[in-house]
Design a protein around this ligand. Structure first.
Ligand SMILES: [Zn+2]
Ligand SMILES: [Zn+2]
Length: 329
């Protein structure tokens, strides 16, 4: 006797049993739900365990879980990823609006973007929305909301993961100073000011903001990369290294600690000659940036676990943070 196979009913495009958490036959649908649950739990754990100079196993596990999601390219640019980063950045916007009464508060934005807020000045560095130009990761309402709370912006160098002309123009149009390295955005706006002397340090007084700025002539390979050393009214000094990566500059970096007493070093996590660079700047604490730059392939997305591994033997603590977190100093 022969059995004749009859044509099956066509498989539905949408998983009809999704709401019962049954994903049989829909593996991509399963992975999306898993990522959504994991992103939400990571957010919850990080909110319960704030950045600190001390090690915290729960935070470390949350950041490693985030590395795993962000190194799985199935999650790249998905609505789940976008919603995670936008929620964290809009929560940061709410926090950023609160005054800082003493010291400084350092907020970590996307990639190497930081906001440093003191009682008298709020400075953005390398603030970018991330993602492709036409469809940035961070929505305009959130990124412009952050920009509106800042008094000035400093750009380290010309790469698109640090320098965004649209945001710089928004600062300039609001009458806020934007400082950029030599050769970037020439003639765009009188409030966008190039560092004219590119090969020696300069000091820019910001008396209206109650702070001063020393700009050191760094490089990423051959590209000008301004290193901003900001001293706020209460004396706290914060330096941001941009994408510093140049062997010849190490000769003067060795001596930075002699002229600048740096409290916090905002350091690109993959900098060359890490120990020598940190000794040259001589900070009290480090806050690394540039982890999980999503425009890079996964081998250069620089995981949080790699930063933990590389920085654990330095004598200065690294206050490891992710998008939207802050640390009061
Ligand atoms: Zn760069
Ligand atoms: Zn970069």
């Amino acid at each position: 006797m022969f059995f004749v196979q009859t044509a099956c009913a066509e498989r539905p495009k949408q998983n009809p049993r999704e709401k019962y958490c049954i994903f049989w036959g829909y593996p991509d649908n399963y992975l999306d739900h898993q990522a959504e649950e994991a992103f939400a739990k990571i957010d919850e754990v990080l909110k319960g365990h704030k950045p600190s100079q001390k090690e915290n196993l729960s935070r470390e596990m949350a950041l490693i879980s985030l590395d795993m999601l962000l190194h799985d390219t199935r999650n790249d640019n998905t609505p789940i990823f976008r919603s995670f980063i936008n929620k964290r950045m809009s929560d940061m916007l709410v926090e950023l609006a609160k005054p800082v009464k003493k010291g400084v508060k350092v907020y970590k934005a996307y990639n190497d973007g930081f906001i440093i807020k003191s009682k008298t000045a709020t400075i953005a560095i390398d603030l970018v929305p991330g993602g492709p130009g036409a469809q940035p990761f961070i929505s305009d309402s959130v990124i412009y909301g952050i920009a509106s709370l800042c008094d000035a912006m400093f750009i380290s160098h010309a790469h698109g993961d640090h320098a965004n002309l649209r945001i710089a123009k928004a600062f300039a149009a609001a009458g806020k100073t934007v400082i950029v390295p030599k050769g970037l955005w020439t003639g765009e706006d009188p409030n966008i000011k190039q560092l004219l002397v590119a090969d020696s340090a300069v000091t820019v007084p910001f008396t209206e903001l109650g702070m001063s700025l020393r700009i050191l002539p760094g490089h990423q390979d051959d590209m000008y990369n301004n290193i901003y050393v900001m001293t706020f009214k209460d004396g706290t000094t914060v330096a941001h290294t941009g994408d510093q990566y140049n062997a010849e500059d190490l000769a003067w970096i060795d001596n930075v600690h002699k002229e600048c007493k740096i409290d916090i070093l905002l350091l690109n996590c993959w900098i060359n000659d890490l120990e020598r660079t940190v000794n040259g700047f001589g900070p009290k604490i480090i806050i690394t940036g540039h982890e999980n730059e999503m425009e890079h392939s996964i081998d250069h997305r620089e995981a949080y676990w790699m930063t933990m591994h590389k920085y654990k033997n330095l004598k200065q603590p690294n206050v490891l943070m992710t998008w939207g977190e802050s640390f009061a100093y």
